[in-house]
Ligand binder design. Structure first.
Ligand SMILES: Nc1ncnc2c1ncn2[C@@H]1O[C@@H]2COP(=O)(O)O[C@H]2[C@H]1O
Length: 772
């Protein structure tokens, strides 16, 4: 030890001596306990104390002992088992403290110093070592902890593996047990696996049995399918046989083998601009329609919706209902001549025709012939049917037979009755509202009126295209339509120019009519469609052909024939089209005298059709028009209710929405009072007689013919003059062309040649302007 060190040590000892008495260890301990700040110092003191034991520096043992005694006197000293060491370390601190200029005698400052002064000096090195040791320990601890965790994980994994292994073992045992049981059974059944080959053989045999069983099952199911198909076929034929065939169906069947068939079925509306782009249900739609309702996505629903838009029966629903229908509807393809619905069956679904067509056959009870089936309308693409039974919860009211292979979209009863009644309720409300405006229904109680309106059908005649009873009529007078005797019509929208409809009932009548008209107007034979009158027509054709007078008339007759024979496109209705081949009994339906209308028959059917398309309105709109104009809401042919007159002529407007009420229904729901009133109304009715109708029709036709002839003869002169004039002009221009050039025209108006052309077109096309 160097002399300076010895000196230092001595000085330290003396300082210890001085201050040891002032180290009130008890108080120090208390403060240490109370203050967390001093905790670090406590550890320091403890560790340095320990270190001090190994410290080579020797303290004065007497002094230390003295200190120790002092401390021991204090009861708290027991808290410091290592207090001796603590005092050892204090020496260095005291030395530092006294060497500094600051003189702080308080115990607190001293302790602070003890904490902070171990930065340098020999004891600092100890501390660093200590800290290093500590961090090493911590590192070791951490490593040990991680190892422990790893061990734990490994242990858990081992346990898991063991569990799995046990489970596998169990399964293996189970399998082997099963196999053992099977083997036992096999041996019990007389088999004995003496060797492995035996077992293999047995297994092969077993496989063969299984294959045979599968084959037998397959054959059996095929057989069942074939039998079912046959049963369905028989059922189909049975149902077709049970459903009475109407005249329309018969005539259609006879046409099927002929060349006209394709022409009849050609639906030009499919190719019209603005119509749905799909003539048939596309494959993607079929895929969607095969899915269950909940599997269809929003996107798919909107795809279906855009495909169905434009179909009349679909368009009348609100968007929300349309989407509900898209979600629920299914696809069904039905072939000719299947019966889709039969009258009297329970209603299970509502159907919408996407492609193809169907006959709607209704049963009529006529006074003369009893129960007769006739085709009321031909349902076409866009028509819906089968709603009545669902809405009223009754049996089917009509039969629907497929006319040409059709694609139907079927909405089940549940969905339909949940979503759609609102629309039909609205229609019913409209009907009731309309009826209440008529004097005929003034006395009708509400419930009877509701029942009557439920039965009544709304039909829309968009254009009065009529095939007139083989009359040789001017083209503009159009074609005829037939209606059944027992129906009463209430036109709701006699809005446009009226036309007359002549329809036939009996041969006698035809002759009468012929007689009454022949004086002033000649008849030409036209082709009859209804086979019931085929014979009669042939006779008439022979007669009338001989009576045809001029080439003009023949030409006209041909034109009429072309028009009147254009297949099945006479009437566009709210639902379907009138089938003009079906009904045998026809009536006169009239709104007012024909005189008014005679002046208004100028427009050609084509123009009318165009106008109809442009002006077509729906039922509620018409009702509004009705109340404003007062032109509508006329009872038509009410006289047929009380006493069927069997009228043969009818007058129907160029466009009308009509409510068709069956005579039977009218009587079923009417009371004594209402019947009395109906009779009174009928007596007061000023309905033109058939004679008047025929005569005015006759006059009208004669007038038309006269006008046309007059016009033609006048125009023939003018035409001649014009041609001569034109020839002159041509020869002149030739001369001029040879002569000197004339200056160009400066007025900019039409040239002479243009004017001439214009004039000629006026002359030649003048026949298009009627009544001029
Ligand atoms: N006179 C008719 N005019 C138009 N459609 C009819 C007529 N009679 C019945 N229908 C329809 O044919 C369907 C037959 O079954 P529903 O009675 O369920 O519903 C019927 C109507 O949709």
């Amino acid at each position: 030890m160097s002399s300076t060190e010895v000196r230092e040590q001595k000085r330290g000892d003396s300082l210890l001596k001085i201050h040891s008495s002032s180290l009130f260890a008890g108080r120090f301990v208390d403060e240490r306990r109370n203050s967390t700040l001093l905790l670090r110092k406590y550890y320091f003191v403890q560790s340095s104390g320990k270190k001090a034991k190994t410290c080579p520096c020797n303290l004065n043992k007497d002094c230390i002992k003295e200190d120790m005694n002092c401390l021991k006197a204090d009861a708290q000293v027991n808290h410091f088992p290592d207090s001796e060491g603590r005092f050892h370390s204090a020496r260095a601190v005291l030395l530092k403290y006294h060497s500094s200029s600051k003189v702080k005698s308080s115990q607190e400052t001293l302790l602070k110093l003890r904490g902070s002064e171990y930065v340098a000096g020999s004891c600092d090195l100890d501390l660093k070592t200590k800290i290093r040791e500590q961090s090493a320990k911590r590192r070791i601890n951490r490593i040990m902890k991680a190892e422990k965790e790893k061990e734990e994980q490994e242990r858990l994994a081992a346990i898991e593996d063991q569990r799995k292994e046990e489970e596998k073992k169990k399964v293996r045992t189970l399998r082997s047990t099963t196999f053992a049981v099977m083997a036992m059974n096999v041996s019990a059944a007389g088999y004995n696996f003496k060797s492995f080959t035996d077992k293999k053989k047995w297994l092969a045999e077993k496989r063969m049995w299984t294959r045979q069983i599968a084959r037998r099952k397959f054959r059996w199911s095929g057989h069942v399918v074939i039998v079912l198909c046959r049963v369905f076929k028989v059922l189909m034929h049975y149902s077709v046989d049970l459903t009475p065939e109407t005249a329309a169906q018969r005539s259609f069947r006879s046409l099927r083998d002929k060349a006209e068939y394709k022409e009849i079925l050609f639906n030009k509306s499919l190719y019209q601009k603005g119509k749905s782009q799909y003539a048939y249900v596309p494959e993607w739609a079929k895929t969607i329609l095969e899915k269950s309702a909940m599997e269809r996505t929003e996107n798919e629903l909107s795809q279906l919706h855009s495909m169905l838009k434009g179909l009349a029966a679909y368009d009348k629903f609100t968007y929300r209902i349309q989407l509900a229908m898209c979600r629920a509807m299914t696809y069904m393809k039905v072939e000719y001549p299947r019966v889709v619905l039969r009258k009297g069956h329970r209603g299970l679904s509502f159907n919408l025709i996407f492609s193809g067509s169907a006959f709607l056959n209704v049963e009529e009870s006529l006074a003369t012939t009893g129960h007769v089936w006739h085709t009321a309308i031909t349902l076409q693409r866009g028509d819906g049917f089968g709603e009545l039974a669902l809405l009223r919860n009754t049996r089917r009211t009509a039969s629907v037979v497929i006319r040409e292979d059709a694609e139907l979209l079927v909405v089940e009863k549940d969905v339909f009755s949940k979503t759609c009644p609102i629309i039909f309720d609205k229609e019913l409300d409209d009907k009731i509202k309309f009826c209440k405006n008529l004097t005929l229904f003034d006395l009708w109680p509400d419930d009877a009126l509701i029942n009557l309106c439920i039965e009544a059908q709304i039909q829309q005649g968009k254009c009065s295209v009529v095939k007139v009873l083989d009359l040789q009529v001017p083209l503009k007078l159009a074609r005829s339509r037939r209606m059944t005797k027992d129906e009463v019509y209430y036109p709701k929208g006699l809005v446009r120019k009226k036309n007359r409809f002549l329809a036939d009932t009996s041969k006698i009548w035809i002759k009468e009519l012929h007689k009454s008209l022949e004086n002033s107007f000649s008849f030409g034979g036209t082709k009859m469609v209804d086979e019931c009158y085929q014979e009669c027509d042939n006779e008439r054709c022979r007669d009338w052909d001989s009576e045809s007078t001029s080439d003009d008339e023949l030409l006209e007759s041909e034109t009429t024939l072309q028009t009147s024979n254009s297949p099945y496109e006479y009437q566009t209705l709210v639902k379907g089209k009138y089938d003009n081949t079906a009904n045998e009994n026809t009536n006169v339906i009239d709104e007012k005298g024909i005189r008014q209308e005679q002046a208004k028959m100028e427009t050609t059917p084509t123009e009318l059709e165009k106008r109809d398309q442009a002006e077509s309105v729906d039922f509620s709109e018409l009702l509004q028009t009705d109340s404003k104009t007062g032109k509508l809401n006329k009872d038509v042919d009410v006289s047929q209710l009380v006493k069927p007159t069997g009228r043969k002529l009818m007058l129907v407007s160029k466009g009308a929405v009509m409510m068709k009420i069956k005579r039977d229904d009218f009587f079923r729901y009417s009371t004594k009072q209402t019947l009395k009133k109906t009779r009174r109304i009928v007596q007061e009715l000023d309905y033109p007689t058939e004679e008047i109708i025929c005569r005015s029709y006759n006059n009208r036709c004669a007038w038309e013919r006269f006008k046309r002839r007059q016009l033609q003869s006048t125009m023939a002169d003018i035409q001649e003059k014009c041609i001569r004039h034109n020839n002159d002009l041509c020869s002149k221009s030739l001369i001029e062309a040879k002569g000197p050039l004339t200056p160009a025209r400066i007025d900019g108006g039409p040239s002479r040649h243009e004017r001439f052309k214009e004039y000629m077109s006026f002359v030649y096309d003048s026949h298009k302007v009627q009544g001029s």
